[in-house]
Design a protein around this ligand. Sequence first.
Ligand code: HEC
Ligand code: HEC
Ligand code: HEC
Ligand code: HEC
Ligand code: HEC
Ligand code: HEC
Ligand code: HEC
Ligand code: HEC
Ligand code: HEC
Length: 369
Amino acid sequence: MTMRTLYRQAPWLVITGVIVLLASLFVTFPAVAKPPMQQTEQYCLTCHGDSTLSMTLKSGETLSLYVSQDQLDHSVHSNKGIECEACHNDISTYPHPELKYETKRELSLNYYKTCEKCHSDNYAKAQDSMHAQVASEGNTEAPICTDCHGHHDTRKPDEPRTLVSETCSKCHSEIVDAYKQSVHGAALIADGNPDVPVCTDCHGVHNIQDPRTVQFRMESPELCAGCHADKKLMDKYGLSSDVYSIYKRSWHGVDISVYKARWGAVWHDSAVCTDCHGVHDMKKASDPTSKVNPKNLLSTCQKCHPTAGPNWTDAWTGHNEISLARTPTLFYVDKFYTSFTPFILWICIIYVLLQIIHSIVDRVRSTLS
Ligand code: HEC
Ligand code: HEC
Ligand code: HEC
Ligand code: HEC
Ligand code: HEC
Ligand code: HEC
Ligand code: HEC
Ligand code: HEC
Ligand code: HEC
């Protein structure tokens, strides 16, 4: 019996047969192409599981070729079934292709590019960063994915949250040390406080920009306002949430706003939050080492007001509205001016009105006579 006659006699049998055949192709095909999970890993580790395996590069450096099972067990990738070949896609058996790179760093700078395959978003962002910029200028120490995340031991990068500053401290240790002593860093380290900022909250993560530009400086008060103008958050710590709105109305704040609106990218020294509080080393105002502690406040102002005398800091009304309780002298001065100024104005107006009436009366009198 030919296919044709079979089809004529029992068409559904043939159609079902074809469907079953096609379906079985789809089901079995991937299983043949990809070995069961952990098989590649086991194969590669027959050699790379040997802790003494190493090679000497052309530069003379020794590269350890050991890949420990322990690292893999903790890696986010190995746990998701992402194995050696997913990253080393040019290596599937031994012998391997000849190694083209002469130094360890050269190897890293080329192998890390494999991350782009699955993390193209972060990869693209990173190309735009300050770190990539200094790398393109020839600085081989600028971090690539694997400097911050590792390669065989990649973990969740923000668990615990202190891990973030530890990551940066490999290269920015002085700043991280200052940060750890600051009111923000101390709260993070002492009790894992999730409300305080870590490095990446202020700088971003993969697209870190130069923070010393005019733009960053002018916009830095808004960075602080993200938390310090949040009433619910600040109430938790008994802190005022008006610091930003009052700053914006202060001489310094108005000055910065006018500059930003008028000239944009022109450097201006009027004080932003970090000029008074410090950048990575800000402390509670009551801390004697704080730049805004009454003991140190004058010298903080003198950075920009070098001729300021001992009474200068009285000009600082604080981040608080003028009040009888906190600033009695200013309160009365303020009250005096707010009542005296309209009083004088009214007298002037009445005087001018009387003058006008007087001249009209005079003119009428002279035409009558
Ligand atoms: C038979 C032992 C053996 C097996 C199996 C093996 N390797 Fe290697 N591997 C070596 C040796 C030896 C070197 C040192 C350089 C060389 O001889 O090519 C090396 C070097 C490497 C390197 C660094 C240098 C380079 O060429 O890039 C990588 C990466 C690597 N192996 C990955 C793998 C992966 C992935 C697997 C599994 C698919 C694997 N290896 C399986 C022995 C082995
Ligand atoms: C998530 C991607 C990824 C996976 C999965 C991965 N590697 Fe690697 N591997 C890399 C990168 C990137 C480098 C270059 C690392 C650097 O910056 O030094 C590297 C380097 C190596 C080296 C050179 C020595 C070293 O540590 O620098 C060997 C050997 C190696 N890998 C073997 C393996 C083996 C075997 C497996 C599987 C058990 C594996 N790799 C899984 C990304 C990966
Ligand atoms: C074959 C695809 C693939 C490659 C290549 C790859 N990753 Fe991943 N990566 C993943 C997957 C899948 C996850 C798990 C995502 C999840 O749990 O939501 C992950 C998770 C991560 C995480 C943790 C994210 C989190 O918040 O839990 C980091 C960090 C990471 N990868 C970095 C890297 C780095 C660095 C490289 C290059 C050395 C790399 N990855 C290469 C697929 C890949
Ligand atoms: C300067 C250090 C640094 C570099 C370089 C870096 N990362 Fe990250 N990455 C981090 C930190 C820190 C976090 C956690 C961010 C947070 O929670 O604030 C993170 C988060 C991640 C995450 C999880 C969150 C998300 O955005 O999905 C992935 C995935 C990741 N990075 C991949 C990469 C890849 C791929 C590269 C290379 C293109 C890279 N990273 C380069 C430090 C870095
Ligand atoms: C592997 C080393 C390395 C790591 C890790 C690293 N950086 Fe950098 N970073 C550099 C180098 C190098 C520069 C360029 C310094 C220069 O201007 O010459 C730089 C520049 C910067 C700049 C720009 C200001 C400047 O001094 O040029 C900022 C901001 C910055 N890094 C923040 C971070 C943060 C936040 C982290 C952690 C998430 C981090 N970095 C992790 C090496 C590193
Ligand atoms: C509350 C916000 C904030 C946090 C948190 C923060 N920074 Fe900064 N950072 C800034 C500001 C604002 C500047 C610009 C300072 C200036 O005007 O010079 C800066 C400047 C920098 C610079 C370049 C200038 C310099 O002083 O060398 C680096 C590098 C840097 N920060 C790294 C870090 C690292 C690493 C961490 C984490 C420990 C961190 N920052 C945490 C706000 C922050
Ligand atoms: C980063 C530099 C900087 C710091 C720090 C600073 N100021 Fe100023 N301040 C300025 C600039 C710039 C002006 C605007 C001067 C102008 O427009 O002529 C100004 C203006 C003022 C004015 C009004 C105008 C005037 O010159 O009399 C007062 C009052 C003042 N600052 C008080 C303070 C006090 C009090 C402190 C310390 C708590 C302080 N400043 C810290 C830069 C600073
Ligand atoms: C992610 C939120 C967040 C950001 C962003 C932030 N802070 Fe804070 N800040 C806090 C929290 C929460 C506290 C209270 C910590 C505590 O008391 O344990 C605090 C405390 C402070 C204190 C101590 C107040 C006192 O006297 O007790 C100062 C000063 C301060 N921050 C200044 C700044 C400045 C300036 C910036 C911007 C450069 C900034 N903060 C950015 C959350 C933030
Ligand atoms: C001209 C200097 C100066 C500038 C600019 C400045 N501060 Fe302050 N700040 C102080 C001084 C002095 C104190 C302590 C006395 C007080 O509370 O008035 C203080 C206190 C604080 C406190 C503690 C308030 C409390 O309730 O105890 C916080 C939080 C704070 N500042 C945040 C900021 C933020 C955010 C900015 C920017 C929007 C900023 N400061 C700008 C000088 C300054």
